[in-house]
Write a protein of this length. Structure first.
Length: 414
């Protein structure tokens, strides 16, 4: 019998094919593939959300948008821009208040000389960075936090790539004039492993890992090209051994030759596949202007993955509960279904649902099934989001909702 050879489950670290990579990254984005985009610029689909909303959104159109966004990140250029994701008419005050909250946090943390600060893929200390800006924002200014994370567009974007029960984390990055560019890289998960560790993950898992995370950012300042908005290499996420390649000098050199970037305005959103080769740009604005490039970096995780940062739902819910109850009351005591259908629910009802999905876990596992068995007729126990909805409907006060969530946490332990 002839000997059969089983192919290796692993990528060989020493031989990613640069020629193949160049060919992949030479593709041109066809506008016909993204008919809902307002234009294609530098190979990146750009969506004018205000124009789409003015025509009257339907669930069918939102599904079509989500299909385009998913295709874009999966097999397309790997990045898209949402113009006016936070339009000034509704969110200018929210963005200003959020920036003020971030400035307070930055000032407080600078006073804490024992708090170590670092950065990913760039020298530490050259930027203003807030880790876990999500939770710190909630505690510092619950009102602007509630306005910010109740945006239904954030829910639609997150679900388009990750499905339901996603988990939002965020980090604030403010780059001063003279702030250097990052080295090109891929992102979390495998982008944050050493090369020798990455090599031990099977090739199939390396490809699959990109579906566990959505990378994004909301512009909190205007971002002219001179300020260094993120550089992208379209289609590079489709290069399967890319997690083995991004550290190599020849791949970084090609990135420097071929990357693209696009200017952003306050309130614009940009979202991309974590496997896309990318790097924050350098801020070469005149130092005399004092212009900071400010972005709230959003990292949204699948229910089936582990987020990079820990978010304590109890802290967030305690901070925003009174605001959430007021929003629920203003929405007529109705919360939208998780599908956020604009034809079935008012904007305010959709905001309440989007906020619930942002602040708490929608996935009830891992848990202790002895103490928290599946609900009658179901396959799973209550999630934190289920409890919050129940608390809104039944009019719980802050002490009760926090107490029930604390009890759930205790009962979930082994």
């Amino acid at each position: 019998m002839a000997e059969q050879t089983v192919s290796s489950r692993l990528y060989t670290p020493s031989n990613p094919n640069l020629t193949e990579f160049k060919e992949i990254c030479s593709q041109t984005t066809n506008p016909a593939t993204y008919p809902l985009a307002s234009k294609i610029a530098s190979n990146i689909p750009i969506y004018d959300l205000a124009a789409l909303e003015s025509n009257g959104l339907t669930s069918t159109q939102i599904t079509a948008l989500q299909d385009e966004w998913h295709k874009c990140l999966h097999t397309g250029p790997g990045v898209y821009i949402l113009k006016a994701m936070y339009p000034a008419k509704k969110y200018a005050e929210t963005i200003n208040a959020t920036n003020n909250a971030f400035d307070q946090i930055i000032a407080t943390e600078k006073e804490n000389t024992t708090m170590a600060k670092g950065d990913h893929f760039a020298a530490g200390g050259t930027n203003d960075r807030i880790w876990n800006s999500f939770q710190k924002h909630a505690v510092t200014d619950p009102t602007s936090f509630t306005d910010y994370y109740s945006n239904p567009w954030l829910a639609h974007v997150s679900e388009s790539w990750l499905g339901p029960s996603y988990r939002i984390t965020a980090q604030l990055n403010a780059v001063h004039p003279g702030g250097a560019a990052q080295d090109s890289h891929r992102d979390y998960h495998l982008g944050f492993q050493e090369a020798d560790v990455t090599a031990r993950y099977p090739a199939a898992m390396q490809v699959a890992s990109q579906f566990l995370t959505l990378q994004g950012a909301v512009a909190h300042s205007d971002m002219p090209i001179e300020s260094g908005p993120t550089r992208f290499l379209p289609y590079s996420q489709t290069f399967k051994p890319g997690f083995m390649a991004w550290r190599r000098d020849e791949f970084r050199a090609f990135f420097q030759e071929k990357y693209v970037s696009a200017p952003l305005e306050v309130g614009d959103g940009v979202f991309f596949n974590p496997a896309l080769f990318h790097a924050a740009g350098s801020n070469v604005m005149n130092p005399e202007t004092g212009f900071r490039r400010v972005a709230n970096l959003l990292q949204v995780s699948s229910a089936f993955g582990k987020p990079m940062e820990s978010v304590d739902s109890l802290v967030v819910v305690r901070a925003v509960w009174d605001e959430l109850k007021e929003r629920y009351k203003a929405a007529g005591g109705v919360i939208a279904g998780s599908e956020l259908d604009p034809g079935a629910w008012s904007f305010e009802q959709r905001e309440v649902r989007a906020l619930v999905q942002a602040v708490a876990e929608g996935y009830p596992f891992p848990t202790n099934l002895d103490r928290r068995p599946p609900q009658p007729g179901g396959m799973a126990p209550e999630s934190e989001q289920d409890v919050i909805v129940r608390g809104l409907v039944e009019g719980w006060d802050c002490g009760r909702i926090v107490g029930v969530l604390e009890g759930m946490r205790v009962d979930s332990r082994a």
